[in-house]
Design a protein around this ligand. Structure first.
Ligand SMILES: [Zn+2]
Length: 324
C-alpha cells in the first residue's frame, strides 16, 4: 500500500531501469534451451523427485545435481496447485489483459512452476484445473518461451511419467538478459520539498542544525551528525568553491554532454556540505581545487544546469579544507 506523503511534500514518478545480463550455468541453461525447443526439462534428485524448474542443488540434501545428467522430460500439460487473480497487469508481465498467476505441477513433475494462466476471469480458474502450455511464436531460450498456460479442455489423461532426456541441444543458451525496471512514486519528504520548491525559483537553500550550527545542503530534515531535526532554512550560494573534482571521459548513454567534462564537489557560500555539479565555461584541464564558481540556470530547469567560473581569485585551501 502506498502511504500518503507528508503535507507539503512533492511527489513525482521515478523509474529506475538498467540492463541485467547473467550467465545461466549448466542446469538453467539446459532448461531454457529446452524451452526454446518446446521441451520442458526437469531434473531428478537421487531420491527420485523431479524438480521443474530444475535446480542446481537438491533442496533436500544440498547435493549438486547438475553433474549427474539426470535431466528428464515432463509433459506440457499439468494441474494448477494454487493461483491468484491479477486484475491489473503491469508492463512486462506475461499478458497485457487480466490473468491468473498460477503454480502448475506439470505431468511427470513433483514441484510446481510459476506462470500465467490466460482465463476469462477468476470464475474460470480453480485449484486442480487442468492446463497446458501455449508456446510463444518466437522462442529465444527464456521463461517467456512459455507465453502462458491455457485451460486444457481435453479430459485428464493419465499423468505422464518423466522420461530420461540427454539434456543436450545444439547451440545451447548460456546467458539471460533480463532488463530490470522499478517504477516508484517518489516523495522526497518535507525538507527536500522545501529545497526543491526554492530551486524552482532559482534559490539555493540549506537547513541549519540547531545543535552544531552546520548548514546542510541539500537538507534531509535532520543533521546526520547530531540526529536532531533541522528547521532553520538558510539561503546559500549561488557562488561557491570547487573543493574536489573529476574529469569524466566516458560518455553515458542518453547524455547530451560531450566528453570530457568536469564533475565537481562545490561548497556553496554559507553551506557546510559540498554538493555535486558540472563545471562549464572553462577548459576541463583548467578546473582546479579552490576555483570560484556560480550556478547557471537554463530556462525551465529546476536544478542549475552547471556552474561556471566567477573570475574571482581562487579560494585559499584553508577556506575549504574542512569540507573535503
Ligand atoms: Zn548537527
Amino acid at each position: 500500500m502506498q502511504a500518503d506523503p507528508a503535507p507539503g511534500s512533492l511527489t513525482a514518478p521515478l523509474t529506475l531501469s538498467f540492463p541485467f545480463t547473467r550467465s545461466l550455468g549448466p542446469v538453467l541453461g539446459t532448461f531454457l534451451t529446452g524451452l526454446r525447443e518446446r521441451v520442458v526439462l526437469g531434473i531428478r534428485t537421487p531420491a527420485g523427485r523431479v524438480l521443474v524448474p530444475p535446480t542446481e542443488y537438491d533442496p533436500a540434501t544440498g547435493a549438486g545435481l547438475g553433474e549427474t545428467g539426470a535431466f528428464v522430460e515432463v509433459a506440457p500439460t499439468g494441474t494448477v496447485t494454487t493461483w491468484a487473480w491479477n486484475p491489473a497487469p503491469r508492463p512486462g508481465q506475461p499478458l497485457a489483459h487480466p490473468f491468473a498467476w498460477v503454480l502448475v505441477r506439470l505431468d511427470g513433475a513433483d514441484t510446481a512452476l510459476l506462470h500465467a494462466l490466460d482465463a476469462p476471469g477468476p470464475h474460470a480458474v480453480r485449484t486442480g484445473q487442468r492446463v497446458r502450455i501455449r508456446w510463444a511464436a518466437e522462442r529465444t531460450g527464456a521463461i517467456t518461451d512459455i507465453a502462458c498456460f491455457i485451460p486444457d479442455p481435453a479430459p485428464a489423461a493419465p499423468p505422464r511419467p518423466a522420461a530420461p532426456h540427454p539434456g543436450t541441444f545444439p547451440d545451447p543458451v548460456t546467458t539471460l538478459t533480463a532488463p530490470a525496471r522499478l517504477d516508484y512514486t517518489h516523495t522526497p519528504g518535507r525538507a527536500q520539498s522545501r529545497h526543491l520548491t526554492a530551486l524552482a525559483r532559482h534559490e539555493l537553500t540549506g537547513e541549519r542544525c540547531p545543535a552544531c550550527a552546520k548548514v546542510l545542503v541539500p537538507p534531509r530534515g535532520a543533521c546526520p551528525t547530531c540526529g536532531v531535526a533541522t528547521t532553520d532554512v538558510v539561503p546559500v550560494g549561488p557562488r561557491g568553491t570547487v573543493t574536489t573534482f573529476c574529469i569524466v571521459n566516458i560518455k553515458a548513454k542518453d547524455l547530451a554532454i560531450d566528453v570530457p567534462y568536469v564533475y565537481a564537489h562545490i561548497l556553496l557560500d554559507g553551506a557546510d556540505l559540498p554538493l555535486h555539479g558540472r563545471i562549464d565555461g572553462i577548459p576541463h584541464d583548467q578546473v582546479r581545487m579552490g576555483l570560484r564558481v556560480e550556478a547557471v540556470w537554463t530556462p525551465g530547469t529546476r536544478h542549475p544546469a552547471h556552474y561556471r567560473p566567477t573570475g574571482e581569485p581562487d579560494a585559499p585551501y584553508t577556506a575549504y579544507e574542512e569540507h573535503l
